[in-house]
Design a protein around this ligand. Structure first.
Ligand SMILES: Cc1ncc(C[n+]2csc(CCOP(=O)(O)OP(=O)(O)O)c2C)c(N)n1
Ligand code: SF4
Length: 350
């Protein structure tokens, strides 16, 4: 039973405002390969939820199939979870979200899960602006089925068997912006300084928050010549911004030079403080974000940070004008207006 985590913990572990320690946000012991980037992303999710004082039972984790899609077992063990079918996480997340809009939704996927079999589902959940955090753990290969190139493997990238990828890569962040995602970020599993605040901002965002996180597969795609290896990513990474989420009502303190900061207002009145490094880039300007990504691609750089945000776009519930009370809490008498009203409705269609 090596998969069981020890239950004991230090009695003086720090607690968040709810009185929970980090342990309350952890899951089962990971069975992924030691050093897999996906485990670092799970740890960042644990930390982000702990720091935001989120009630674990008010979170739903939904995933597809793959090593990445297994990770919800390894974080937030006290939350709701549904491990769905390969590439079908978005429709399951949509159904759950429509039934209960009061939960925080985490969709976890891989580049195989999202950029191939699940592409049709991904594009529609983006354009509907479903209120969820969609994390792609992007390793450029199908880890679970032993490392075949995925659709995000870069042109010319070499896989472990020595084969060169002859196809253009799908750039998921650019695609998400093009399709109207209201929050798009990119990060690296090895950069928790950047990833944790980015996750916190994504959770607070009211709408579809897409995070493409480069997450090396140490077993099948960490070789020289791969553009998703730890060494390659460390050499080619460029941050658009250093940032932090300032929760609403907290005093805003910034630790960077005046004149370089950009506060971005979130829907719930919290703010993301961005310390802009790139002069000609504005995270609230779609065109500027697309340009920055295309430029980085031409220069073979991986642009990370918050790339684009628009807090004004309506999420799916606001677009559909759904009831204030979540559907799963409505009683029969709320849902059935009675014969007289139904007759009137039918009459109005004649
Ligand atoms: C319908 C269906 N087709 C194919 C598979 C086989 N399969 C399982 S995981 C996977 C790809 C996983 O790759 P990715 O989503 O990138 O996740 P990773 O394992 O790299 O984290 C495939 C093709 C499957 N389980 N179901
Ligand atoms: S095969 Fe790759 S993606 Fe899967 S657990 Fe191992 S390192 Fe991670």
């Amino acid at each position: 039973m090596s998969y069981l985590k020890p239950q004991f913990s230090h009695p003086r572990l720090p607690k968040n405002k709810l009185g929970y320690t980090l342990k309350e946000y952890e899951g089962s012991l990971s069975t992924l390969c030691a050093g897999c980037g996906h485990d670092s992303i799970s740890a960042a999710i644990v930390r982000a939820c702990y720091e935001l004082d989120i009630e674990p039972h008010l979170v739903a984790k939904i995933s597809g199939i793959g090593c990445s899609s297994k990770t919800p077992t390894y974080f937030l063990g006290n939350s709701h979870g549904f491990n769905s079918v390969h590439g079908r996480m978005p429709s399951v997340a949509t159904g759950a979200n429509m039934a209960n809009k009061d939960l925080v939704y985490f969709g976890v996927s891989g580049d195989g899960d999202s950029a191939s079999i699940g592409m049709g589902q991904l594009v529609h959940v983006i354009r509907r602006n479903l209120n969820m955090v969609y994390v792609v753990m992007n390793n450029g290969c199908y880890g679970l089925t032993k490392g075949q190139d995925s659709a995000t493997a870069d042109l010319g990238s070499k896989n472990k068997s020595g084969a060169i990828n002859p196809f253009q890569a799908i750039d998921l962040a650019s695609l998400a912006i093009e399709l109207g995602a209201s929050f798009v970020g990119q990060s690296f599993s090895g950069d928790k300084q950047q990833l944790i605040p980015l996750l916190k901002a994504a959770i607070r965002h009211q709408g579809f928050a897409f995070l493409n996180v480069i997450s090396p597969c140490v077993t099948f795609n960490n070789n020289p010549g791969s553009t998703k290896s730890y060494d390659y990513v460390r050499e080619h990474i460029e941050a658009t911004s250093a940032k932090d989420l300032v929760p609403m009502k907290n005093e805003i303190s910034v630790d960077y030079e005046a004149g370089t900061s950009t506060p971005v207002a979130m829907h719930d009145d919290s703010e993301i403080q961005l310390n802009k490094l790139a002069r000609d880039w504005d995270p609230e300007d779609r065109l500027s974000a697309v340009n920055a990504l295309q430029k980085a691609r031409m220069e073979e750089e991986i642009l990370t940070g918050l790339l684009y945000v628009n807090s004004d776009w309506k999420d799916l519930h606001r677009t559909l004008n759904t009831a204030k009370t979540p559907l799963n809490q409505l009683k029969e008498e709320d849902l059935n207006p009675g014969t007289k009203v139904l007759d009137q409705i039918n009459e109005s269609f004649r």
